[in-house]
Design a protein around this ligand. Structure first.
Ligand SMILES: Nc1ncnc2c1ncn2[C@@H]1O[C@H](COP(=O)(O)OP(=O)(O)OP(=O)(O)O)[C@@H](O)[C@H]1O
Length: 586
């Protein structure tokens, strides 16, 4: 609960003035004007039943009974217009901060939760703080109203008041006891929802695999099972909430009946006026609302605590302050241009020394990697499947956190790889292209400004020009989810264009020619070679292709996470492990 309080306090600090005005409006509107209305109604009925009602006082009371609700209506409208602003903002900050924390994680670290949970966390768990912040001012207003009511009613008849409030107190205790179950139901609801969303996301992502393996039936059955579990959890929650609601509703009816029983004799004896009876019934309605609000506010606190734990699991960090950061949201302003990393001094050489990384919970990774990449050089990393080539690239790029070793840029130690090895210093094409459902052009630029000429140059280097020319809409062709409307080779080359357009000093390519025909592949390596001579960009390339190796200034052969051989193509072909080396080539 401490974390919940920290979140709510920081959320309050987004708009302290705005929120305070809402609190005051609700206290004024519900408590202040509510009590005034009650007293007016009491006075009116006392006058009617006591036959002391004069025309003047009738006009006066009636006018007030019209004016008070009108003032209340104005206060509610102001309240709503102020509240909708901050509830949206709370949600937006919360969601933006979760995204930011996820994106801050080292790029290649997998998320600790599946997509279903992630989606639910962002969609529904982010709603809890705003709902608590929404109900707190109501709760305060009703609490103040009820306390005042207690005092006013006690001054009329304290015995009747005590008897009237006792069942309400009992209701509070019962509600509190029931509310503990709310957490259990909420958790269950979220868990079953995560599973359904996760499975749906898998089905849509891998529909082709499901179809070709004729696995539709088994996936549908699984979906049905998950849906039934979710429906059962929702049902349990709904029944529980409806039961609680009916308890609150019946409290008013039971209370009124109780009251009538208690005071009927007193009214007959003239000890209790009709106006007082009306006042009691009027207050009873408000007090039952207080209990309802106590229930929802308390449930909101508990659900926020559950949600916080889920969010912290997603972002892998339990520092709540990060979730409530309130720097600019850009709701109305233009988004700032994507910031490139700070450009370092012109690259002369990169030195990798004693680099190591082990995947958590395994003994797989890389160890003791040392080599140098000079300006304008071409370094090939080769080796058997699973020997650690991709891991090495990712550790250098800061996508995986190195466990030991150093990287130097022109002799100066790099302390934050993920900040250093980004455009314009370095650009990377991963083994599996990550494309978005957008045009080819947008996929290449990915938020970066690029002239037509720069775009055409990047397309040329990745040997994509003929493909673009053959498409009806050229660079404006929309390529579908994950680029499904392109062939595997085209997808790889769109990803390569994205790297080339960044005009970086270090180009890092992970096995990108695997889906290319020989002619396209030969052209691509030739163009990359020419480009490197022109721009003096250094290239770090994972490949097994002979043609690429022939261009290489050095070839590093990995085995079981370590460097096994190093040299030029000629040296390795003529070295003592030449047979093993030639077996790697394709
Ligand atoms: N997230 C991970 N957690 C644990 N082990 C991993 C993880 N990713 C890769 N590995 C293991 O680390 C080793 C090196 O993997 P890596 O992907 O670097 O190999 P690679 O040489 O690039 O293989 P390939 O040629 O198939 O691309 C492998 O044994 C692999 O199973």
């Amino acid at each position: 609960m401490r974390d919940v309080m920290i979140v709510l306090r920081r959320v309050f600090m987004y708009y302290p003035l705005n929120y305070s005005v809402v609190v005051l409006l609700r206290i004024g509107g519900y408590a202040g004007l509510g009590i005034l209305s009650g007293l007016l109604i009491q006075r009116f009925f006392n006058q009617v039943s006591g036959h002391t009602l004069t025309l003047n006082s009738l006009y006066g009371v009636t006018a007030l009974l019209i004016v008070v609700p009108l003032v209340q209506a104005v206060s509610y409208s102001i309240d709503l217009s102020l509240s909708y602003g901050w509830t949206e903002i709370i949600r937006a900050y919360y969601r933006r901060n979760i995204f930011r924390e996820i994106l801050r994680k080292p790029g290649a670290s997998p998320l600790s939760v599946d997509h279903g949970k992630l989606m639910n966390v962002i969609r529904t768990d982010t709603l809890n703080p705003e709902s608590v912040m929404w109900s707190i001012p109501y709760f305060l207003a009703y609490a103040i109203f009820s306390c005042c009511g207690l005092i006013i009613l006690s001054s009329i008849d304290w015995r009747v008041t005590v008897v009237l409030f006792t069942p309400l107190l009992l209701a509070v205790i019962i509600t509190n006891w029931f509310n503990k179950r709310i957490t259990v139901f909420y958790r269950e609801q979220q868990k079953t929802s995560d599973r359904v969303t996760g499975l749906l996301s898998d089905i849509f992502n891998y529909s082709q695999a499901i179809k070709v393996n004729h696995a539709e039936e088994s996936f549908l059955k699984r979906l049905q099972r998950f849906n039934e579990a979710r429906a059962a959890a929702n049902r349990r929650n709904d029944v529980f909430r409806t039961t609680l609601d009916s308890i609150y509703d019946n409290i008013v009816s039971l209370g009124t009946a109780f009251l009538l029983l208690l005071i009927s004799q007193k009214i007959r004896d003239g000890q209790f006026t009709i106006g007082n009876l009306t006042l009691y019934v009027y207050f009873l309605g408000y007090v039952s609302n207080l209990i309802r609000l106590l229930g929802t506010t308390w449930a909101g606190f508990r659900n926020t605590a559950v949600s916080l734990a889920r969010i912290q699991e997603v972002i892998g960090d339990n520092h709540v302050n990060k979730l409530t950061d309130s720097d600019t949201l850009y709701l109305k302003e233009d988004l700032p241009q994507e910031e490139a990393g700070a450009r370092r001094e012109r690259l002369e050489r990169i030195e990798v020394s004693g680099l190591a990384f082990v995947y958590p919970g395994s003994n797989q990774g890389i160890r003791d990697i040392t080599f140098t990449v000079p300006r304008g050089s071409f370094t090939v990393i080769s080796g058997k499947v699973g020997s650690g080539k991709t891991t090495l690239l990712r550790v250098i790029l800061g996508l995986l956190p190195r466990t030991s070793g150093d990287i130097y840029w022109n002799g100066r130690r790099v302390s934050d790889d993920s900040e250093c090895f980004v455009p314009p210093n370095a650009a990377y094409t991963p083994q599996i292209p990550h494309l978005f459902n957008d045009t080819i052009q947008s996929n290449i630029k990915l938020g970066q400004q690029a002239s037509d000429q720069e775009l055409a140059h990047a397309v040329h280097l990745s040997v994509l020009d003929d493909d673009i020319a053959s498409l009806e809409f050229g660079l404006d062709t929309v390529i579908g989810m994950k680029g499904v409307k392109l062939s595997g080779g085209q997808q790889q080359r769109v990803a390569a264009s994205r790297m080339f357009v960044r005009n970086a000093e270090l180009l890092v390519l992970d096995d990108i020619s695997s889906a290319l025909d020989r002619t396209t592949e030969t052209r691509m390596w030739e163009r990359l070679h020419q480009e490197r001579q022109r721009s003096e960009a250094a290239c770090l390339v994972v490949t097994q292709k002979r043609i690429a190796m022939q261009y290489a200034d050095q070839i590093i052969v990995m085995d079981n996470g370590q460097i096994k051989m190093k040299g030029t193509y000629k040296e390795l072909m003529n070295g003592e492990n030449s047979e093993e080396f030639s077996c790697l080539l394709s």
